[in-house]
Design a protein around this ligand. Sequence first.
Ligand code: HEC
Ligand code: HEC
Length: 371
Amino acid sequence: MDQRRMSRKEFLRTGAKLAVGLTAGVGAMTLLPRRAAGAPYSVPSLPWPYVELDVEEARKRGYAGYYSGKGCSYGAFHVIISMLQEEVGEPYASMPTEFLEWGRGGGWGWGTLCGALTGALTAINVCKERGVARKLGDELLGWYTQTAFPTDISNLYAVEGRFPDTRIRDEQVQTVCGSPLCHVSVSEWVAAANVGASSPERSERCGRLTGDVAAYTVQIMNDELKETFAPLYAAPASVAYCMDCHGRDALDDTLGKMECTQCHGDHTGRLTARDWGATPTHQVRQHDPGPFARRTTIRFATPSAGVVWLAIYDIHGRLVKNLVNLEHYLQGLHDVVWDGTNNRGERVASGTYFYRLQAGTHDETQRINLF
Ligand code: HEC
Ligand code: HEC
């Protein structure tokens, strides 16, 4: 044990010596730019100055950047930095942009965050201070989920051959994908356009999209500069609805602002009812917490006979009690009483709980209070 600690210390010491040797050596002389002897080499801290840029120029250069061979993420980042290199000069002039290439295809083709977003969000963080970057970033991500790509302007540029070196001059199908994920964005578009994901048409679509993302990023950064920025994006009510239970004030078991129902559906069975005014097939009518008796009645209706499962969970999502464990119920109204005990028969603390009812295809979760 002692010996291991010693050798680790030794290692750190030798390592430090090696590093000192390297910076003082020939390698350092050739790698670092020349500067006055002893002058510290410093890069100005972020954010760097931003000036108003041309939105349509950004769209065209974003398209060209995509086709540079380095892809969407580099494309979106490079447009904005290269325009600032021309308008502002240093420190932008010394900044490389190729390091953003990894974001292509949602991270080397993994299909996670759309690469154009990765590039654009990084550019925002270079030019804007943290609070502003976050506000603009939220807008950009949200706008992306609700925008039909390629936009009308991009389609028009392509048809009229106004992009630099326009590759395909067709008007392309537009899709709104509801997600910031490359995977969803590409797959939905490919399905709507009825082409392959590795086809030139799909590349062209992502080229136009890269231009669109760069243009919108420049537009909101300009607006912010002129103090006219107002977000367009409003989160879908369903996200707030799901996070009301799953967010940090209750179950606290997930993070995110993406549209939950796109992947999970709605196990509470209530969003659909709200959106379309439909009545769920099985409905919990009421729960009736008696203020004096320490018991809660859960009343539910089953429109047809079937197997029912009804369980109580605590605020951390842990199963507390199986009230109805896969039992067969006839059609009708049923009252089930929870006496405030867990599966071991112990009394549980007062507070907020959830019950979950599954009957046939109906799956519903609601909050209840135990007094
Ligand atoms: C009234 C509170 C409540 C609401 C609203 C709610 N949930 Fe849940 N959810 C629960 C409880 C309680 C569980 C069961 C405990 C657990 O697994 O964490 C659960 C479980 C889950 C699970 C775990 C897998 C499963 O099915 O057991 C997922 C996924 C989930 N909810 C997604 C959602 C989504 C998406 C929404 C919005 C449409 C949503 N929840 C709305 C309370 C809620
Ligand atoms: C892009 C798809 C996607 C979106 C959007 C998404 N989830 Fe998930 N979520 C998953 C996957 C995949 C898992 C892991 C597999 C599983 O357990 O379902 C998961 C797991 C979960 C779990 C744990 C499930 C368990 O088994 O205990 C909860 C709770 C959950 N998500 C809630 C949400 C909520 C709330 C939202 C909206 C803010 C959301 N999810 C948005 C894909 C998604």
